[in-house]
Design a binder for this molecule. Structure first.
Ligand SMILES: NC(=O)c1ccc[n+]([C@@H]2O[C@H](COP(=O)([O-])OP(=O)(O)OC[C@H]3O[C@@H](n4cnc5c(N)ncnc54)[C@H](O)[C@@H]3O)[C@@H](O)[C@H]2O)c1
Length: 286
């Protein structure tokens, strides 16, 4: 092939105007006040990894704004306790999100119980902390299976329910999907945030952009939240190094993620899709 074969005259390129337009909803001036647009009354939110630290906080935040919750975890004990503490309109469900048929069954159970789903927060995820030169295939696969596979299975299984009234998907990624971990933070501890963790979280950001574009015709918005390191009684040496590296001079609290997730889930973000909201105290700003 000669170089001239690579040249496509502009006149031969497809015109956007020749593409079939999406069935757009008309621009409707939002009838409610801003504080009302943050409310989630009458909405059903699925939160995965709801037995964990961030899942708990995210779920509490959404319930506080009026949502009814389907709290999902492979180890649902803590999610079950949270559901009963929050009230009778909330319920816990058990599922291994790496298992596609379990996730399909989960969507059916939740659909049958709540009759609708408005919000899906894909929060379940795992990391490995061993050095990359010691990475086993099993470790590598398990991080991919939950962080990317689980997120994908849930998006796939819940898309129909979410499309019913226009929905919002919020995928929990990580600051380490945006920048590399700084090895100086981890020192000689032997603990490091791994290459595969960051790679899957970058994948979650991209998955969110892909589905933001491809679900726009369904009225479903898709965004991600990328938390910085959350304080969970880590070793003092690590905490000091992390804080020293962070412009806001503290680690995140789980509650710091509540506002970001609730905003993207709500009508306050009605024109926001394909966005990655970094909540890291400035960690990735320099
Ligand atoms: N904690 C942090 O510093 C931090 C920072 C950035 C991003 N994140 C991300 O936030 C999310 C929540 O993290 P966390 O710190 O609350 O973790 P966590 O370990 O406290 O909670 C994770 C939950 O996911 C559940 N889970 C794991 N595998 C599952 C599976 N196959 N099916 C269903 N549930 C499964 C676990 O049982 C657990 O309850 C993760 O995606 C994590 O990568 C956390």
């Amino acid at each position: 092939m000669g170089t001239s074969d690579l040249h496509i005259p502009c006149s031969d390129l497809p015109k956007y105007t020749t593409l079939t337009p999406y069935p757009r909803s008309p621009i409707t001036p939002t009838p409610s006040s801003l504080s009302e647009r943050f409310r989630l009354d009458g909405r059903v939110a699925v939160v995965t990894g709801a037995s964990g630290q961030l899942g708990h906080a995210i779920a509490r935040g959404l319930a506080d704004l009026g949502a009814s919750l389907a709290l999902v975890d492979v180890a649902p004990d803590k999610a079950t306790i949270l559901a009963s503490e929050l009230g009778a309109e909330h319920r816990a469900f058990e599922a291994d999100l790496t298992n596609k048929s379990q996730v399909q069954d989960l969507a059916k159970q939740i659909g049958d119980h709540f009759r609708r789903v408005d919000i899906l927060v894909n929060n379940a995820g795992i990391g490995v902390f061993t050095p990359s030169e010691d990475r086993t295939e099993a470790e590598f696969a398990s991080v991919v299976d939950i962080n990317l596979g689980g997120t994908f299975h849930c998006i796939d299984a819940f898309r129909e329910l979410l499309a019913d009234g226009g929905g919002s998907i919020v995928n929990i990624a990580s600051v380490y999907g945006v920048v590399s971990p700084d090895p100086r933070v981890y020192g000689d501890s032997g603990r490091n945030s791994s290459e595969i963790y960051g790679a899957t979280k970058a994948g979650v950001v991209q998955l969110s952009k892909y589905f933001a574009v491809h679900f726009a015709p369904l009225g479903i918005r898709v965004n991600s939240v990328s938390p910085g390191g959350v304080f969970a009684n880590q070793a003092q040496e690590f905490v000091d190094a992390y804080v020293n590296r962070t412009p806001m001079a503290r680690m995140a609290a789980a509650a710091d993620m509540q506002g970001a997730v609730a905003y993207l889930a709500s009508d306050a973000a009605s024109y926001v899709t394909g966005h990655n909201l970094v909540v890291d105290g400035g960690f990735s700003a320099w």
